[in-house]
Ligand binder design. Sequence first.
Ligand SMILES: [Zn+2]
Length: 156
Amino acid sequence: MTKRSPLTVEEQVAKHREYMHCYNQNKRSDVFRENDTVYHRRYRKLNRDRCIEYERKWRAAHPGVNACNNAKRRALQREAEGSFTPEEFRLKCKAYGNRCTYCNEEVPLTIDHIVPLSRGGSNSIENVVPACKHCNSTKGTRTYSEFLEYIKVSNT
Ligand SMILES: [Zn+2]
């Protein structure tokens, strides 16, 4: 049996480089990404409270980003055109006095599409108004004017 001489520093560096190269290659592969998702899902399940707290803090530090991303995802599913930034939505809310377009309540605002995405509306800022969660979900697939009509009828 031949005794292996210890690696020189250069050899160790080269070996580490090779390892990192493989590591990064794997990282880019879909297989790794798949495992990553599975890992994170498991981690989230085991550390639910900590994750929820972290996500709450992240949302507070990045207002509107989640809502914008959700709208973008829904728009993509509907193959709707257009997108807007959290900043654009913030300005839109300001223009509406940071109140719900429909009930005028000063409550946390959600993104409402004047013409719903499900009815071929776009996801551009022109087709978006701030609405409270309650009005938004009651509005459902109605358009802006249909919903105003609905409110008028149900208030009489
Ligand atoms: Zn409302």
